[in-house]
Design a protein around this ligand. Structure first.
Ligand SMILES: NC(=O)c1ccc[n+]([C@@H]2O[C@H](COP(=O)([O-])OP(=O)(O)OC[C@H]3O[C@@H](n4cnc5c(N)ncnc54)[C@H](O)[C@@H]3O)[C@@H](O)[C@H]2O)c1
Length: 285
């Protein structure tokens, strides 16, 4: 392994809600960043999102136009997985274990054994994720929060096989990105998603039982001090992603009913009402 200072190139795999935000953050911090997605459309949307995100910083006077242009010059996008070679790959694709496994196996074949493979998974134990990957000691959890350029916390998760120097390098990278890293145990959902799950699950149950309309539930929780009500937050996260996370935790906790996914949310996913990213979720955008 090279020293942390030698971490120079970052590849972000998955250009959706999280991948585009993470790539923006890396660019802002001065890293050469390669963004990859299987979908050409998502790749272009991701690039536009980064452009818009940096543009907002310029508008607000938080970044100069020159620095924005330099950041955009450090960005490369690709639709060709063979080109995804970097010192660290941060994976932010759909929350499906089989997809993440295949991707890491493919990335391991393309990259050197020193390349760190970090996952932004919300729920999957890193030990399970690393198991079929050649050189599993370089697989680590690096869990950002949405929106990635703004939220300060990053959970760093070591699996049983993760080398301590790998998690340390990732912790140092999080600091270099201006984040507050927190080391979390390799348990399903780590810390935040495990605890926060009930914010969504219980609110959906209240909606299902006609306790109150969703707008009222949101308003009440916001007036109680939460920055966003649960339904607005699910729309921001992605209703599909939030549903996948709940389903994964339900399974991981051996079908404990307190994590049971809700039919109302399932229907939203089936209808393609995935939240802000699709123009409609619990609210219309
Ligand atoms: N949305 C959130 O608030 C949030 C927060 C923290 C972590 N996460 C986690 O981040 C990951 C991504 O979530 P998201 O909300 O950005 O999802 P998203 O649906 O917005 O984007 C997922 C992207 O992955 C791409 N993709 C799918 N399969 C791929 C493959 N094999 N190779 C390359 N790209 C592929 C899709 O085309 C899509 O662009 C998930 O693991 C999720 O649990 C999400």
């Amino acid at each position: 392994m090279t020293s942390p200072a030698a971490l120079q190139t970052i590849a972000v795999v998955g250009a959706g809600t999280m991948g585009a935000g993470i790539a923006q953050l890396c660019l802002q911090a001065g890293y050469r960043t390669l963004l990859y997605d299987v979908s050409q459309n998502m790749l272009l949307r991701g690039q536009q999102g980064i452009d818009a995100g940096l543009g907002k910083l310029v508008e607000k006077g938080r970044m100069s136009a020159t620095d924005r242009d330099a950041a955009l010059e450090r960005l490369a996008i690709t639709h060709d997985l063979e080109k995804v070679q970097a010192d660290i790959v941060i994976e932010a694709v759909v929350e499906k274990m089989s997809v993440k496994h295949q991707l890491f196996i493919d990335l391991a074949a393309i990259n050197s054994t020193a390349t760190i493979l970090a996952s932004n998974t919300s729920t999957f134990p890193i030990t399970q994720l690393a198991a079929p990957v050649p050189h599993p000691e370089r697989v680590v959890g690096m869990h950002f929060f949405n929106p990635a350029p703004l939220m300060p916390l990053v959970e760093i998760i070591s699996g049983v096989t993760t080398a301590p120097e790998v998690s340390e390098r990732v912790r140092q990278l999080a600091v270099a990105l201006g984040k507050k890293p927190v080391l979390a145990a390799d348990a399903p959902g780590f810390i935040v998603n495990r605890v926060a799950r009930h914010y969504y699950v219980e609110s959906l149950k209240a909606l299902e039982e006609n306790v109150a309309p969703l707008e009222t539930i949101d308003e009440l929780l916001e007036s109680a001090g939460f920055r966003m009500g649960p339904f607005k937050l699910m729309d921001l996260i992605g209703v599909d992603t939030n549903f996948a996370v709940t389903s994964s935790l339900y399974e991981a906790f051996h079908y404990d009913p307190k994590f049971r996914p809700n039919r109302i949310q399932q229907q939203k996913v089936d209808a393609g009402h995935h939240g802000r990213k699709s123009g409609r979720g619990f609210y219309q955008y």
